[in-house]
Ligand binder design. Structure first.
Ligand code: TYM
Length: 326
């Protein structure tokens, strides 16, 4: 069976962008492929984190996965930092990756602007991500558009290493969702909706209460045209709301344009808010029940056991190929 792997950083409260770009894909692919899902906690520390908050976020992310419908019977779910082979493989791959290639990554360039004294880990972050992916010989990596460049880097690394040392890694493909590849900020719809945004009004958090969700959507930036028409360039605000609507319903962009052709923005926004609330409310109810459950630890225990043995084998092979043995 073909394999998929993906992960999310526990670097803050999850957003609707994470749900549409990543979690919805997990739900789809868990029935089609052998699936590995993890909590990218080592990626989270590439920028400063409060230790107590980070630990809470790790548990919270796992509960969000489960509450959203990620089924522990269908997926291997694990915590990245518990599998020591990710960092070990990453080190070898770092030594096989040109510095210049990492400096060109868009996300690195953006994040270093925001973090004075940014860490060396911020630069090498995509290599750790390549290691996450390549350890498991996966066929596909479902991610939002912002992570596509990193998956492409993982492909390049795999190809380069295979060429130099013989077939070690499978070369994976990114899977990017159709309309939900990039959900944008509600206040500034030219920017990605992000966990680390400094204006919470533009971001729908998965745990926002109904009133807050409605308020944020009703006050989302739009334009003065009053036509529900998709045009990302000239009408980014309304196009973003259309993307949210189509991603959470079975409708296409054309269907939505047709449905709202005689409506004003208020009516459309109200329906978007209803839909978002109807998706998030049941997730939130399950989430709060799961958070205290001992099930969470059992799931991670099973996940680490399985992934450690797979990853160890790949690490040993890589070590041998590069000459790290006596
Ligand atoms: P992270 O935690 O930033 O985001 C998790 C997932 O959510 C997607 N995403 C979005 N999709 C659509 N619209 C948005 N506004 C939006 N914001 C985030 C991201 O594309 C991602 O799929 N480096 C990764 C985590 C990671 C990983 C991996 C992923 C580490 N190793 C290996 C896949 C495979 C990250 O920081 O994602």
């Amino acid at each position: 069976m073909e394999k998929v792997l993906t992960g999310i950083q526990p670097s803050g409260a999850l957003t609707l962008g994470n749900y549409i770009g990543a979690i919805k894909q997990m739900l789809k692919y868990q029935d089609m492929y052998e699936s590995y899902i993890f909590i990218a906690d080592m990626h989270a520390i590439t920028i400063p984190q409060d230790p107590i908050k980070l630990r809470e976020n790790i548990r919270s992310l796992l509960a969000i996965y489960l509450a959203s419908g990620v089924d522990p019977k269908k997926n291997t779910i694990f915590l990245q930092s518990e599998n020591i082979y990710h960092a070990n493989v990453s080190w070898i791959l770092e030594c096989l990756t040109p510095y210049g290639e990492l400096g060109r990554m868009t996300q690195f360039k953006d994040k270093k602007e925001k973090n004075a004294n940014f860490s060396a880990g911020l630069l090498t972050y995509p290599v750790l991500m390549a290691s996450d992916i390549l350890l498991y010989d996966v066929d596909f990596v479902p991610v939002g558009k912002d992570q596509k460049q990193h998956v492409e880097l993982a492909r390049n690394i795999a190809e380069r290493v295979n060429k130099k040392y013989g077939e070690i890694f499978k070369v994976p493909l990114p899977l990017i969702p159709h309309d939900g590849a990039k959900i944008c900020d509600l206040v500034d719809p030219t920017r990605k909706m992000s966990k680390s945004s400094d204006n919470p009004k533009g971001v729908i958090y998965l745990l926002d209460d109904e009133k807050t969700i409605r308020k944020k959507i009703m006050s989302a930036t739009t334009d003065s045209e009053m036509r529900v028409v998709y045009d990302m360039e000239n009408k980014p605000g309304i196009s973003n709301l259309i993307n949210i609507y189509t991603s959470l319903s079975n409708l296409t962009i054309k269907d939505v344009e047709e449905k709202y052709k005689d409506s004003n923005y208020g009516t459309f926004k109200n329906d978007v808010a209803d839909l978002v609330v109807s998706v998030l409310t049941p997730i939130q109810e399950k989430y709060y029940k799961l958070l205290e459950s001992a099930e969470l630890d059992k799931i991670l225990d099973a996940g680490i056991e399985k992934t450690t043995s797979i990853a160890k084998e790949k690490y040993e092979l890589l070590k041998e190929k590069v000459g790290l043995y006596r």
